[in-house]
Design a protein around this ligand. Structure first.
Ligand SMILES: Nc1ncnc2c1ncn2[C@@H]1O[C@H](COP(=O)(O)OP(=O)(O)OP(=O)(O)O)[C@@H](O)[C@H]1O
Ligand SMILES: [Mg+2]
Length: 276
């Protein structure tokens, strides 16, 4: 099989040396069970079953329109805002079905943050962008906010670049800086999971490299689920990969297996560039 994506340059951390037996339920943070989703009559997710492991990076790949964004939006109920959207099945977060009741939606969105394709800083200062979430959650003490802002910007590896312009508008930052600011804003409310929908597709290679390095750092403390069209990126940064096609999760497994020994012909055809 001539598959050109090698993961030999992949960076490894101690958690990468765990055995497969470690993939037990205790390490699973999100689990989809028979998840189906419709937009009107269009079935966009077809019976998805998958498990997302804690402190790992999971990549979702597949051609345009196959349901990648829909899938990750269903992990923190972001699809709720779409009126014609209907969901059946379960998304379990720490074993709790997030669709069982409408009571904790805000809490789930706090614990499962989201980063979008296009950086979307609010039209306010760098500081206020990061302090926005904590303020919504009733943190108003200036010292506390200062500490949260500094800590979040440091975690997003942006502090050194913006520490002397915290009061300046976020709109004046570069695209790559804006995306790291959005990551800092998500981190400020202390999420457990960060969903990223093509977070580097509007960035140049240098800014992309910085975000990839950051994702690698983030998995020490967070679980990251990333949608990407860039298969080299998925191979470089993820531990697990799911391949979707026409609303179905065709194959899910360790990234090395998916890219080097896919079980399904369709997966092989996609990752070798025969369609997409
Ligand atoms: N808000 C919406 N209303 C109606 N249909 C939608 C909506 N969002 C997505 N869809 C449809 O659901 C299907 C899956 O779309 P989705 O955006 O999840 O795909 P994707 O894999 O993320 O694609 P891309 O790679 O282009 O971003 C498509 O048929 C799309 O047209
Ligand atoms: Mg999408």
């Amino acid at each position: 099989m001539n598959i050109k994506f090698s993961i030999k340059n992949k960076r490894l951390t101690s958690s990468d040396f765990e055995t497969n037996s470690d993939l037990n339920e205790n390490n699973i943070i999100i689990k989809c069970k028979n998840l189906n989703l419709w937009y009107e009559n269009n079935c966009a997710l077809k019976n998805i079953n998958m498990k997302v492991k804690k402190y790992k990076v999971t990549a979702i790949i597949g051609p345009s329109g196959c349901g990648k964004s829909t899938l990750i939006r269903s992990f923190n109920r972001m699809n709720d805002v779409i009126e014609c959207c209907k969901i059946k099945g379960e998304v379990r977060f720490h074993g709790e079905n997030i669709y069982a009741s409408n009571n904790n939606v805000m809490e789930y969105r706090k614990r499962i943050g989201m980063i979008f394709q296009k950086p979307n800083p609010f039209p306010m200062s760098v500081y206020d962008n990061v302090a926005y979430g904590p303020r919504i959650h009733k943190i108003n003490d200036i010292d506390k906010l200062d500490k949260i802002v500094e800590k979040s910007l440091k975690k997003a590896v942006l502090w050194d670049e913006v520490c002397d312009r915290l009061k300046d508008s976020a709109m004046g930052l570069s695209g790559g800086q804006q995306q790291r600011l959005c990551i800092a804003r998500a981190l400020a409310v202390e999420p457990e999971v960060i969903l990223m929908d093509e977070p580097t597709s509007s960035l140049d290679p240098i800014a992309t490299g910085k975000i990839e390095d950051l994702i690698h750092e983030l998995k020490q403390k967070y679980t990251v689920i990333i949608v990407t069209h860039n298969m080299q990126q998925a191979a470089r940064i993820s531990d697990y990969t799911g391949f979707m096609y026409l609303g179905e999760l065709i194959e899910f497994g360790e990234t090395e297996q998916i890219f080097e020994r896919p079980n399904k012909k369709l997966t092989e055809n996609y990752i070798t560039g025969r369609f997409g």
